[in-house]
Write a protein that binds this ligand. Sequence first.
Ligand code: FMN
Length: 262
Amino acid sequence: MSKNVIFCFSGTGNCLDIAKNIAKELGDTDIISMRSKPAVIDVRDAERVGFVFPCYAGGLPGHVEEFVKRITVGETAYKFGVVSCAGYPGIGLGVIDRIMSLHYAAVISHQSACIWLMPHTLMIPPMDADKAQNRSEQLAAKIGKDVKNKLRSDRKPGGINPINSAESAAWKLLCAQKASQLRVTEDCIGCGQCEKLCPAGNIHMIDGRPVFGVANCVGCLGCLQFCPQQAIHMGGATRTRERYHNPNITPAELMKPIIHID
Ligand SMILES: Cc1cc2nc3c(=O)[nH]c(=O)nc-3n(C[C@H](O)[C@H](O)[C@H](O)COP(=O)(O)O)c2cc1C
């Protein structure tokens, strides 16, 4: 077990990139994926334990909350959380704080991955992908230094209010509805990357074409955003919108259960 551990959920790479940049400051860090059941949940020997994840509909993505509840952390471990969002961080940090009692919490706004709702540049403050990436790298480096020095946040993350709780609960239902709008065009070359990338195992290649299930979709949009042919659409809005995924992260990296950074 490495000295530092970061549990990370990332759909389009922003959070994995942030986790890697924090890890570079810390050295000797395992980044453990929470896209599906984490490969390791007993991290009692780690000195620092972090959680890096995006805000989805005001809450936590996928099964992050239930995974975090199962993680065992040492009594003296320093614990931190970082949420990435387009502009509204929601209650995710508060939910994790309630489970883990975080010493430090931070927010990084980045390009919006929610392409069916808005163009990726509509983050707060609005900016293009290069500027947002630059800003994210600088903030992650600063957070990495803070975490290395075991800095403690002055304030606890925002409370868990009923509106956000209802919003994130409704999100699970909306996901199935949105997943039913996933379609593939004739530009599909049958590469199967979407099937491999889906954290929920919701996509199956049949006769060389992806078939989208609806039941387990977590709405990360990795299938659509990373499609090399831009052949996947979700409803009408995505036909005209530019795709976005983090420029430093590949699908292969996203799929790794653990990434070690020296
Ligand atoms: C399904 C979905 C829901 C989202 N909901 C919110 C939200 O409520 N507030 C917000 O500011 N950003 C929201 N976003 C934007 C993401 O939090 C943001 O793009 C984040 O950087 C994505 O991280 P990732 O690339 O690691 O997946 C949402 C994105 C997706 C895909």
